[in-house]
Design a binder for this molecule. Structure first.
Ligand code: HEC
Length: 131
């Protein structure tokens, strides 16, 4: 798993899928303040390129902008939801396909994954499935 984690950082996945956050000090529910969480998301919008664009702008988001989904628990998708469809419209049939649809701001990350050896790709997927 450590190898996959290292590859996740090497490919700069963590620049958007931010592993760790501490919740704010001012929370509506005091017990939710100052908690360490591991969402693997920056919760922000990113330009993901034409391939993922739906040409439907909403407010300030263009049709190419998507919010980084949290990756925590993603390895349990099949158990919990009975499917492994990913991305905003479920077009990716598995995690690798989801990564290979990345473009735009995430193009460089995808290129790194394409250049990984077969065993490095397996290690990255094993790490994702462990989240
Ligand atoms: C520029 C920001 C950015 C980078 C860098 C990035 N991602 Fe993403 N990722 C996103 C966004 C935004 C989406 C949602 C796209 C959509 O729904 O169409 C996404 C979706 C995903 C999904 C599908 C999640 C789901 O629930 O559908 C996986 C898996 C994923 N990314 C893994 C990775 C991995 C692994 C890397 C590194 C190789 C990476 N991402 C790099 C922004 C990024």
């Amino acid at each position: 798993m450590l190898k996959g984690k290292q590859l996740f950082q090497q490919a700069n996945c963590h620049s958007c899928h931010t592993p760790r956050f501490v919740t704010g000090t001012e929370a509506a529910e005091p017990e939710l303040a100052g908690q360490v969480i591991f969402p693997y998301s920056d919760l922000l919008l990113h330009d993901m390129g034409d391939g993922l664009a739906d040409q439907r702008p909403e407010f300030q988001a263009s049709g190419r902008d998507w919010r980084t989904p949290p990756l925590w628990g993603i390895g349990l998708t099949e158990v919990v939801s009975g499917h492994t469809r990913f991305l905003h419209d479920g077009r990716a049939r598995n995690l690798l396909e989801a990564v290979l649809w990345h473009s735009g701001e995430a193009e460089a990350s995808k290129q790194q994954v394409l250049n990984f050896s077969q065993s490095d790709r397996q290690a990255l997927l094993a790490f994702l499935n462990s989240l």
